[in-house]
Design a protein around this ligand. Structure first.
Ligand code: USQ
Length: 382
């Protein structure tokens, strides 16, 4: 399949590009280096220096024999979008090209403005381009489990059948996010659903939970092929942060009571979920929604696991409960459905002590790269 990956430089974009190309798909990656620019501006560079996309594509080709095309530019600009779609003529589009951080979106007015405009403009342009240049292509985008929030009822997989005064209708599951970033993802879903209904495009929205991990089948131990791995407060997801904090002898930063529960997945499972979605496309006029995670944990459960596994590695891991900088429930009901991707054939990589130990051992090898001043900034929601 001819696949266009938008946001191909990010934590998930580059590993996805290698994974799909290793399976014989023709892959083009597009990025404007937004993550790199913002990380440098905010003094929160990743754990490893990441080669440019062109350089990574060369390294990957030398290692695997597979060629990945690279296009650098801003997908908010229609002329560039048109150039990309004409040059690549995709059968499927994987859309990751968004500002992905909740704390960054709450940092200040400028960061909020960038998040809102970037995420909505790019999603809008991508929908327009699919309609104009490749109306039969399958558009897959990464949404977030955070679109649903933490309601006091079971979370369904995208849709809810509502009975009201003796009649019933299927709606998008009610959504109520707890950051501006998550709210832009809700707006993306609404845009997608409007154009699916109106133009009959085929789309899949992947409601993904926080991802952890570093090594994939394609990276192996090759540091230069590792993803853009952040451990700072702005861009690091919680388990990635805890793994680095444990190694750096920095007390684990549990926000509030630590009862916040989310659906987690290994980066390897992100790649499998995306590939399964692409290889089994939605129908024309269908907005297919999958809840993309494999198991749930509270922050406290993750912290205790990192502490236990750290002990086995000779680390004395401390846990600290900090006042929660976010506005979110830290004790809540959480029971989200997630059977769609399993039915497509997903075989989950669960978080065992062994998996966590291997992950932390990899981080340990790069202990000297850790800058502890990046770990906590206290970006507050209020
Ligand atoms: N948390 C801590 N301590 C930390 C960092 C986070 O207790 O040092 C807590 C947060 O308060 C939250 C939970 O851990 O309750 C998860 O936080 P996170 O930073 O790992 O995840 P989040 O900000 O929600 O965003 C991440 C990704 C985002 C994705 C989302 C999926 O950055 O792109 O959409 O996970 S979800 O959380 O399901 O919405």
């Amino acid at each position: 399949m001819n696949i266009l990956i938008l946001g191909g430089d990010g934590y998930l974009g580059w590993p996805t590009a290698m994974n799909l190309s290793a399976r014989g798909h023709k892959v083009t990656v597009v990025d404007n280096y937004l993550r790199r620019i913002v990380s440098t501006e905010e003094d929160v560079e990743p754990l490893f220096t990441v080669p440019s996309l062109h350089e990574r594509a060369r390294l990957w080709e030398a290692k695997s024999g597979y060629k990945v095309e690279v296009m650098i530019g801003d997908l908010r600009e229609w002329d560039f979008v048109a150039e990309v779609f004409k040059a690549s003529d995709p059968e499927a589009v994987m859309h990751y090209a968004e500002q992905p951080s909740a704390p960054y979106s709450m940092l200040n007015r400028r960061a909020a403005d960038l998040t809102l405009k970037n995420n909505l403009d790019v999603t809008f342009n991508v929908i327009m381009a699919v309609h104009e240049f490749c109306p039969d292509a399958h558009l897959v985008k990464v949404g977030t489990m955070g679109e649903y929030g933490t309601p006091n009822i079971d979370i369904e997989e995208g849709w809810l059948e509502v009975e009201h005064k003796g009649r019933s209708h299927k709606f998008l599951y009610p959504r109520q996010a707890s950051s501006l970033y998550h709210t832009t993802k809700i707006m993306d879903t609404d845009l997608l659903w409007f154009y699916v209904r109106t133009w009959g495009i085929r789309a899949t929205d992947l409601m993904q939970g926080p991802v952890y991990g570093l090594v994939t089948d394609e990276t192996g131990d090759d540091e230069k092929l590792f993803p853009f791995f952040s451990y700072d407060e702005l861009f690091g997801t919680v388990l990635n942060r805890f793994a680095v904090q444990a190694v750096a002898d920095y007390p684990l930063t549990v926000y509030g009571g630590g009862g916040q529960t989310r659906g987690y997945l290994n980066i390897k499972d992100t790649l499998n979920c995306v590939r399964l979605s692409l290889e089994n496309p939605a129908q024309p006029g269908e907005l297919r929604i999958f809840n993309q995670f494999v198991e749930t944990f509270s922050v406290n459960q993750l912290a205790l696991m990192v502490q236990r596994v750290g002990k086995g590695l000779g680390l004395d891991v401390q846990i600290e409960n900090l006042p929660n900088p976010r506005v979110e429930a830290d004790e809540h009901y959480y029971n989200p459905a997630h059977s769609g991707l399993i039915e497509l054939g997903l075989e989950p990589n669960y978080l065992t002590d062994e998996v966590l130990a291997r992950f932390m051992e990899t981080v340990l090898r790069y202990k000297d790269n850790i800058d502890t001043h990046k770990i906590f900034r206290n970006v507050t929601w209020k």
